[in-house]
Design a protein around this ligand. Structure first.
Ligand code: ADP
Length: 244
């Protein structure tokens, strides 16, 4: 579903992603962990070209972009439509209701009719447990509910991959479980997911592969059992020891 080959990204002199190679199969859940500043968010953002790599090739689904060549805006937009993104801070439109937020992508980007988009948005909001909140505004929702609207919105355009950037780290602890439950449900349904998170319980329970990043590199990767219980790799062990 996703294949990244020798991808590099700099911010000025800072070499933030170093020769990244990554493969994600359809239906897999990949959890990315590592110290702050190691490049996790930047890696995720390159997958839908919110950050443009300096070199390397990214394939998602049928599409492929080689970043050592000039890339047109049109190409980027088309590529981006294959993935949905859920951010740390939901970033819903404050002046739109929950259902309008979810309808927005299908109506404006995909030119789906409003009736059809409304029906789908209602189904998706029901699926994330917000069937009673269709017509309320974001400020009337808890942080966890807003995040779940964000997930429904990411799903609305029928994407095959969802990218999650620390989706629970801005939430009060009692709201985290509801959001993780929705993510677990999506994983069970076979959605391909790449998740940057500090929720090690989620990683242990749901991930097919855990990637450990440090200083812009994927230093270690494997099953949750391998990463959390078996690996001898020193930086991974040090990191996990520190956060326990
Ligand atoms: P992580 O998600 O692992 O905390 P990030 O991907 O956010 O790491 O950041 C990796 C490095 O890139 C950090 O040193 C960060 O300061 C830097 N960085 C991230 N975004 C930008 C940006 N837009 N401009 C300049 N530097 C950035």
């Amino acid at each position: 579903m996703i294949k990244v080959s020798r991808m590099n990204k700099h911010f000025g002199d800072l070499h933030v992603l170093k020769d990244i190679d990554l493969e994600v199969k359809k239906g897999e859940v990949i959890v990315v962990i590592g110290p702050s500043g190691s490049g996790k968010t930047t890696l995720l953002r390159t997958l839908n070209i919110l950050e443009q790599p300096d070199s390397g090739i990214i394939n998602i689904g049928e599409q492929s972009i080689d970043f050592s060549q000039p890339v047109s805006k049109k190409e980027k937009l088309k590529f981006r439509q294959q993935t949905g993104m859920v951010f740390q801070n939901h970033n819903l439109f404050p002046h739109l209701t929950a259902i309008e937020n979810v309808m927005e992508g299908p109506v404006t980007v995909q030119k789906v009719s409003k009736d059809e988009a409304r029906k789908k948005a209602s189904d998706l909001l029901t699926k994330v447990g917000l069937g009673q909140k269709l017509d309320v505004y974001p400020h009337q929702l808890s942080g966890g509910q807003q995040q779940r609207v964000g997930i429904a919105r990411a799903l609305a355009t029928g994407v095959e991959v969802i990218l999650f950037d620390e989706p629970t780290s801005a939430l009060d602890p009692e709201l985290v479980a509801d959001v993780l439950d929705v993510m677990k449900e999506l994983a069970k349904e076979g959605m391909t997911m790449v998740v940057v998170t500090h929720e090690m319980g989620f990683a242990q329970e749901v991930a097919d592969q855990v990637l450990f990043m440090d200083e812009g590199k994927i230093v270690n990767q494997g099953s949750p059992d391998y990463i959390f219980n078996q690996t001898d790799e020193s930086r991974t062990r040090q990191f996990l020891k520190r956060i326990q």
